[in-house]
Design a protein around this ligand. Sequence first.
Ligand code: GSH
Length: 214
Amino acid sequence: MTAARPSRPIRLHGFALSGHCHRVELFLRLLDLPFEVVPVDLARGEQRRPEFLALNAFGQVPVIDDDGVVVADSNAILVYLALRYAAPSWLPRDPQGAAAVQRWLSVAAGPLAFGAARARIVQLFKLTEDAQPAIDRAHALYRQVEGILDVQGAAWLVGDAPTIADIALYTYTKHAPEGNVALDDYPKLRDWLERVESLPGFAPMQASRIGLAA
Ligand SMILES: N[C@@H](CCC(=O)N[C@@H](CS)C(=O)NCC(=O)O)C(=O)O
């Protein structure tokens, strides 16, 4: 059976330096779906304009508009795209597989967002906040993920094929050094990053010369 295709390009309201947005863009590219980016300038506060708040009352990117179907929140968008346009392997339908993927989406919205992603934001926007708690949270998470990848002996976070769990965790992990989170101690994690990068259609988020990447 041929996978469904959008009848017109999906509009991705996003910001080039947002890992949450890259998460969505990466999955669109891996699925080879047509899309166009509608830039939202966070520095100028465009996410708080009424037109944008009508799309996402939380005032955050990413948001997609798929021919009138508006979906906000990066992980929600991954779920939508997987169910609508992807092979079932990207989001298993069996209870155990679906739960295993959801577990990682929760990690992406929790420890990843408040760890590596936050530490990077402090550098990116030169915030005065102390980044150390976020850096510590990032290392706590990566020690756990390293152990899980080691014990599972698996190539991917869930099962034996890439899922949206891998997509959700990829970008902020890859860019963690920009937030002064070194990945040297996590060889299994770095191998996993490379596996994601080898997927057909992969394109990186633009690098920022900040933190350990300066
Ligand atoms: N849970 C949301 C978080 C998205 C998020 O934090 N977006 C940031 C950019 S990375 C944003 O729009 N920030 C602007 C603001 O909060 O004013 C998701 O997964 O999409």
